[in-house]
Design a protein around this ligand. Structure first.
Ligand code: DHB
Ligand code: MG
Length: 218
């Protein structure tokens, strides 16, 4: 489930289009050595960055900071004023993420909020509507986060969910190791909701673990 082997195609793409600087390398190292080796790949970080740039996103929400790896890619999409509000439940990961971005080029563009996102998302609602949300947290929470996004992302904004193939669980009869029946049901619901063409222009990008991207049409 957490197999991090990279194909030669992806390695070429990373080396050519998604090079990591020292800050991204540090975030990746922190994730692997002090948290969990489950951050997105550099190629996915670059995809997020380009998507954010395409809609000129200034107010971005991220649910699941981990070591701030994806947060850094997102923050660097913002030209001029703007912020990534990133939510992290785990106090240890929160501390790591703060340490990673301290005194970096993106320190002023990232606000990390520690706590249960379903509660603490309320704290930023006065800044709504937001341009984009990237959901990469507890999988059973995805539909709850989507409910929030439907209320707080602007028309024309982006809703993105990582791991939306859920290691094949969304189409397999047997549950993959470490995936609960509830998580499978929630992810199927999440994808079904975002595949509604009357509400979204959307696709599940065939990245290694799948990433659903949807433009909100309402
Ligand atoms: C897991 C979570 C993730 O967000 C991810 O990208 C990969 C694995 C996990 O919980 O195993
Ligand atoms: Mg993920």
């Amino acid at each position: 489930m957490r197999n991090k082997e990279v194909s030669r195609d992806i390695q070429y793409i990373k080396d050519t289009f998604a090079k990591e600087d020292n800050l991204l390398k540090k975030a990746n190292d922190y994730s692997i050595n002090q948290a969990l080796p489950i951050n997105i790949g550099a190629e996915e970080g670059k995809i997020l960055q380009i998507l954010a740039s395409m809609i000129n996103a200034k107010k971005i929400v991220e649910i699941g900071t981990l070591s701030a790896y994806s947060t850094i890619w997102l923050a660097r999409s913002i030209e001029g004023k703007g912020k990534v509000y990133s939510f992290e439940k785990n106090p240890e990961y929160y501390k790591l993420a703060k340490e990673v971005i301290l005194n970096s080029d993106v320190e002023d563009k990232i606000k990390i909020i520690q706590g249960e996102a379903s509660q603490s998302l309320k704290e930023i609602e006065d800044k709504a509507p937001f341009d984009m949300v990237f959901i990469d947290a507890d999988k059973i929470g995805y539909c709850k986060y989507l409910d929030w996004a439907e209320r707080n992302i602007r028309k024309g904004g982006l809703i993105i969910g990582d791991n939306s193939l859920l290691f094949g669980a969304v189409y397999k009869d047997q549950l993959p190791e470490g995936v609960s029946k509830l998580a499978k049901e929630v992810m199927i619901d999440f994808n079904n909701r975002l595949s509604d063409n009357s509400k979204y222009k959307s696709i599940l990008l065939p990245t290694k673990e799948g990433m659903t991207i949807a433009i909100k049409l309402f």
